[in-house]
Design a protein around this ligand. Structure first.
Ligand code: ZN
Ligand code: ZN
Ligand code: ZN
Length: 399
């Protein structure tokens, strides 16, 4: 369900039934988090990790439903392999937390208190500690001074592979985000978003506004690369005005919340042309479309991540564009835009049902033009389910 569909849902469902559904989905989310915490602890045992210190990044919301504010005051979930978990949180931010006493205790701290000392006290005397991948250096160095003698690893080393496998509720959230992004993509393909004569930045702003209108809580990025800028895969949309007969790469995504749960991400790329394309663009795009479809079709449990990359890359290379496909074919997605599994040469990680990731080959002719097609897909028991369904064929947008 999307935010936009909410009023419609109210017609068919009584307020009582909706309240019951909300309570049961909240209970379901809590049960899911309890299961995650148990699996995280089992992974800690396997890796000899005594305590996890989850600060910034998505491990914290994955485990607790709470997302820390990315400010200088530390928020840290201290998760020992045995015993109670404690959320050390700035007192002024404690009211933001949906408390779940069965999952974690709260330790609000006041300005003037030493949050690092509080965390170290709760951590005990660990010999191996996992700190968030996105823990700021200033905080990590404080932890390391306070827990001398411990060895260190990242929380992704412990829970990255667990987070990569999405449960049904997470897949539903990713599907809702994908459907919302699809509606923006459909408007782009239909020529409802004016391109010619506008700057890339203006089009980027409109794509972002439409993501929000379709239910996203926030916009994570909206890349618009036109003409020669389309050959820069992560182009920063700027003051260049889009002209006729250019390729325009639009890659956009945001975070969408279903109910009170933590938000899940969308990420889609469509390339359009602002005038009848010449033979070069037609040929290049046809190769890209084939490569993307073949890579998606290859997805099934048991395959190594690098094999999916190879399927797309081989088609592009055989058509003579190999040197112009300059990035991995995809990345996992969930609470974060980019997370495990990474679909890249060298990754022998095996695809499992529930892995959600992008498939996004691109061909970039430096300084001239470029194209990319990106969908999010999820591996199923017997194959693959695309979460983006917006059309792939080359659309001419003369608006
Ligand atoms: Zn990218
Ligand atoms: Zn993207
Ligand atoms: Zn992507």
């Amino acid at each position: 369900m999307t935010l936009r569909d909410d009023p419609g849902a109210g017609v068919a469902t009584s307020p009582d039934a909706r309240a019951t559904a909300e309570v049961s989905s909240r209970t379901g989310a809590r049960a899911a988090r309890a299961g995650r915490m148990a699996r995280a602890r089992a992974a800690m045992v396997e890796r000899g990790v005594d305590v996890m210190l989850c600060s910034l990044g998505a491990d914290l919301p994955w485990l607790t439903g709470y997302e820390a504010m990315p400010l200088e005051r530390p928020t840290v979930l201290v998760l020992p392999v045995e015993g109670d978990a404690t959320l050390v949180v700035p007192a002024l931010e404690a009211p933001r937390v949906n408390e779940a006493p069965e999952l974690f205790a709260m330790r609000p701290w006041l300005d003037g208190e030493d949050a690092v000392a509080i965390v170290a006290g709760l951590a005990g005397r660990p010999s191996r500690v996992a700190a968030s991948d996105r823990c700021w250096a200033v905080l990590l160095l404080g932890f390391q001074r306070s827990l001398p003698g411990a060895s260190w690893t990242t929380t992704s080393d412990v829970v990255g592979a667990l987070r990569a496998v999405k449960d049904d509720a997470e897949i539903a959230a990713l599907a809702a985000a994908g459907a919302a992004a699809d509606r923006v993509a459909a408007a782009l393909l239909a020529g409802e978003i004016a391109l010619i004569g506008r700057t890339e930045a203006e089009v980027s702003t409109e794509l972002g506004a439409r993501l929000v209108a379709e239910g996203h809580a926030k916009v994570n990025f909206a890349i618009v690369g036109s003409g020669p800028n389309a050959s820069s895969p992560h182009h920063e949309p700027g003051s260049r005005r889009i002209g006729p007969s250019e390729t325009v790469v639009c890659d956009f995504g945001g975070t969408l919340h279903l109910g009170e749960d933590a938000g899940y991400c969308s990420d889609i790329t469509r390339t359009v042309v602002t005038g009848e394309p010449g033979p070069e663009v037609r040929e290049l795009y046809a190769v890209l479309e084939r490569a993307q479809a073949a890579a998606v079709a290859s997805v099934r449990p048991g395959l190594q991540c690098q094999e999916i990359d190879r399927v797309g890359r081989r088609i592009i290379a055989e058509a003579g564009y190999g040197e112009y496909f300059v990035h991995r074919i995809g990345h996992g997605i969930g609470l974060e835009e980019h997370e495990e599994p990474y679909i890249v040469e060298g990754s022998t990680t095996t695809i499992e049902a529930g892995h959600a990731f992008s498939v996004e080959p691109g061909i970039y002719l430096p300084g001239r033009l470029g194209a990319r097609i990106e969908d999010i897909v999820v591996a199923t028991d017997d194959g693959v389910r695309p979460l983006n369904l917006a059309d792939h064929s080359l659309h001419v947008v003369e608006a």
